[in-house]
Design a protein around this ligand. Structure first.
Ligand SMILES: [Zn+2]
Length: 253
């Protein structure tokens, strides 16, 4: 498996969310805008979505055609069975933790503003529902158990599922939350065993159901109030972690 990367964003000056030189940088910036780390006007959102739509490549794992920068900055691997070189990106999440499956990130950004780009929203949603385990998916038994594949990916999958198929999410939420509770117990109450901490905080905050909020309250009660101060660095991952820590502390009662 190739190592995953976190784009620093420093190759692209300027504050705009749309970066025509990189699909992935654009996805990161959309996500940053959602968490209040960047501004995004409706006009710019429309422009950004129109550009992303022009890069849709059906049938690829990424669903988007990467730019030259993306190709050079990220790699792939040689499939042992077929001998073919498979071009894929293992992008890190905004917090620098693993688990940032970027089609999930992008899907969330677009679905939240679906009225600005109905076509793109539909295409990404269809891709998600068909290619990721869903109602007709590859691993329905795991999904019914509230588990996508592991502790790293599951909160991100559930976050995307809640937006793409709210009814399906509701049906499996109890099991997903039961899994989280078990991981929290294994993690000593202050973290979820094997789950990327900050990314999971952001996913639960985004899901925002009663059960997700209660889960955050349980952890928030046990972490240090100085948690955000730990991440004072001026880099992408630190800014995102500080934001997630701040959000978590807002659940203290
Ligand atoms: Zn996984």
């Amino acid at each position: 498996m190739p190592a995953s990367v976190l784009y620093s964003g420093k190759d692209f000056p300027g504050r705009s969310v749309l970066v025509r030189g990189s699909v992935y940088e654009t996805i990161y910036r959309l996500e940053e805008a959602y968490w209040g780390l960047r501004t995004l006007t409706k006009t710019e959102a429309r422009k950004t979505f129109a550009w992303l739509r022009s890069r849709i490549a059906a049938g690829t794992e990424d669903i988007l055609r990467r730019t030259e920068y993306d190709r050079l900055a990220t790699g792939g691997y040689r499939d042992k069975k077929t001998g073919k070189y498979v071009r894929v990106t293992y992008l890190k999440s905004l917090t620098g933790e693993p688990g940032g499956k970027h089609p999930f990130m992008l899907l969330c950004s677009v679905l939240r503003m679906a009225e600005l780009a109905p076509d793109l929203a539909r295409t990404l949603k269809d891709h998600f529902m068909v290619n990721e385990p869903g109602p007709k998916g590859r691993r329905p038994h795991m999904i019914e158990a509230g588990m996508y594949c592991c502790q790293v990916c599951t909160p991100q999958y559930e976050r995307a599922l809640r937006l793409a198929a709210p009814g399906l999410y509701r049906r499996q939420e109890a099991k997903f939350i039961a899994n989280l509770k078990a991981w929290r117990e294994r993690g000593g109450g202050t973290r979820w065993y094997r789950a990327p901490f900050y990314l999971t905080v952001l996913a639960l905050h985004d899901i925002a159901s009663k059960a997700a909020r209660e889960e955050l309250q349980c952890v928030a009660a046990r972490v240090s109030p100085r948690l955000p101060a730990k991440w004072s660095g001026d880099d992408r991952a630190s800014r995102a972690k500080a934001k997630a820590a701040e959000i978590l502390l807002s659940y203290r009662r």
